[in-house]
Structures are given as C-alpha cells and as structure tokens.
Design a protein around this ligand. Sequence first.
Ligand SMILES: NC(=O)c1ccc[n+]([C@@H]2O[C@H](COP(=O)([O-])OP(=O)(O)OC[C@H]3O[C@@H](n4cnc5c(N)ncnc54)[C@H](O)[C@@H]3O)[C@@H](O)[C@H]2O)c1
Length: 353
Amino acid sequence: MGTVGIAMLGSGFIGEFHALGLRYVRDARLTVNADADPARRAAFAERFGSRPVATIEEACGDPDVDLVIVSLPNHLHREAVLAAAAAGKGVACTKPLGRNADEAADMLRAVAGAGTFGAYLENIVWNPDILRVRDMVASGAIGRVTTFRAREGHSGPHAAHFWNAELAGGGALLDMASHGIEVGRFLFGKDLAPREVLAWGDTLVHGDRTTGEDNAIMVVRFADGRAATCDVSWSSKGGLEGRFEVYGDAGRIIEDLGAGSMRAFIERPAGYLVEKADVETGWVFPQPDEVRIHGHDLMMADIVEAFRDGRAPGETLADGYVVNAILDAAYASMRSGRWEPVVLDEALLAGGA
Ligand SMILES: NC(=O)c1ccc[n+]([C@@H]2O[C@H](COP(=O)([O-])OP(=O)(O)OC[C@H]3O[C@@H](n4cnc5c(N)ncnc54)[C@H](O)[C@@H]3O)[C@@H](O)[C@H]2O)c1
C-alpha cells in the first residue's frame, strides 16, 4: 500500500491533537474530516488541508479513506467504529474505547467480523518518558514490580458532553483513569490478568454541573496479588497533572508528565500555554510540544505503520476492552462499597482483535 488516506471523525480538541500527531508520519494523508458543527469542520479542513463532511457515514464511505480515526465524544465511539468496519475501513478509536465493556466488545466483534484493522488510541503509553520507564522496568532495573500508582487531574473538562455522566458513561474515573489503568498494564505486562477492583468516587465540587464523580480513587488487584492505584480529579487547580510511579523490590521510578523544564513569569498573556493551564499570567509552565509529550507522534506513527504493514498495533482494541472491563468493575465497586470482580470474555480476547 502507498499513501494511507485518513478520515478524522471529530474536529474538536483531540481531533486536533491526532491530526498534529500525523505531521511527521510518512505515507499518511489526512483526506477527510467530519464534524457535525459546520464552523468547526470548515476551520479544521482549512488548517489541515482535508475535505470537510458532516457525518460519520460520509467519511467512512469516502473512497479516499483507508483508515478512520475516531475523535468523537464517548457516546459515538461504538457507532463510529461499527460504521468504519461496515465500510471495510481500518479504524482507530480514542479512549475510553466504550462507555462500558459491552460497547467495547461490540466494537471488537465488528472489526473481527469485517476482517479489518482496529487500534486503540491510548497516547500516554507512547510518551517518550513512559517508554523509557517501560524499558528500565523491562531491563530489571527496579527488580520485580510490586505496585504502580497514577495521579491524574485537572480543573474540569472543556466540553459539555464530558459533564453529562449519563451520556458519557461516567465521570472523572472513566475519563482519566482509562489512561492510568493502561499505563499500569503496560508496565506490569499485559499478560497479567486484572482480577478485582475496589473504588471510591464522589461529586465533591461540581454538583451543579454533573451527576458523575469528579474525584475518585481505585485499586486494581491482579491475578498474582500485585496492585495498581489510580487517583483522579476534575477539581485539581493549577494545570494538567499526570504522575506515574512504579515501585519494585529493587527501586522505584517516578514520572511527572507535567514537569517540563520551562517556567516563566509573565504579566501579559502569551496565548495558549499548556492544556488546562487555569491561569494566563504570573508563574506559568508552558510545554514546548504537547503533541510529542502526550505521545501522539509515536502513537500515530505506530497505527499508520501497523495498518500499512498488516501487523497488530501497539495498543489494540482488546486493550481498550480490558480497560473498560476494569472500569466497569470500579463503578460496580463504587456502588457496592466492596471489591468487585473484573469480568472478561476470554473467548472474545482469544479472537485476537
Ligand atoms: N487522549 C486524550 O488525552 C484525550 C483528551 C481529550 C479527549 N479525549 C477523548 O476524545 C473524545 C472527544 O473529546 P474532545 O475533547 O475532542 O471533545 P470536543 O467536544 O472538543 O470534540 C468533539 C467533536 O465532535 C463533534 N461531534 C459531536 N457529535 C458529532 C456527530 N454526531 N458527528 C460528527 N461530529 C460530531 C463536535 O462538534 C466536536 O467538534 C472523547 O472520547 C475523549 O475521551 C482523549
């Protein structure tokens, strides 16, 4: 295959990151972008040189499209992945894959049934620092990994669909711990089965905006008794937090994605500084290239190469399904106050989607 023609479904916040992540990918061409909002799709098309269309179906059916990238709100992921598979196109979907594991399972089945390509767009595992952490862990530098801890937070999402917990499928836990869980699996090794989850969540700050939890903590226990903790917040002030800590019996590694090397004191706004900066002046911490730091460059290179070369991507739809199953157990635990089992369809996973 020569050039891979790409459709971007969704021309909003993450659609822009995904489009920028394609900038250094050889043999990829953003041919079509879809968005229900006419002004947004026109502005995106103008910026990235793609052809704007209004609907998921138009984009998936376009002959210039080989690979569909789903950058839509959570409630549209299933519909979009199924539409891409039905049109015979490859598809890559942002996190969380589904609003729950049932939706994610439908997506796996549709792609496997169509015999097409599927990938999960979990960008944090493609952050260059996290890749280095993984390599150090794999080299045995910290001995046997015992526990993992993720802390992710910001002061609240930028779009209404996140705040509608019924539509989105959950609150801060679904939105943010989807990253931490997958980073944990990436560092422990994905063969280690998650067994049960204990979780707490509550609406501590944003009760006027959402019925979903705006703060949550969850512990995942794996088959051999080791554990990962994710601690998330939608009411954390002072910019995006993303800290990932891995502990072994011979050391520990601490990664803080928000701690760049630049700081500035500014009395006048300089425009965009960093995701969810909260302030425009005073001491600020601009990030030089969030697309790279957040892992989008390497993630996009991987999915385009995997699609073109007919191999599995680094992050598969099955990974997204397992993350959803862990989150389902977390929400069940939040309701019951007890450890809840992670229910996985082993036959579905054995299908190799
Ligand atoms: N990987 C990450 O770090 C990360 C960060 C932010 C968001 N996300 C994920 O990306 C998804 C989208 O979030 P976002 O922040 O880009 O939201 P957004 O609101 O900024 O963008 C979503 C876009 O989808 C468009 N849209 C809505 N309904 C549509 C429809 N029926 N057909 C076509 N277009 C439609 C909207 O007009 C909007 O432009 C969510 O699932 C979210 O979890 C991932």
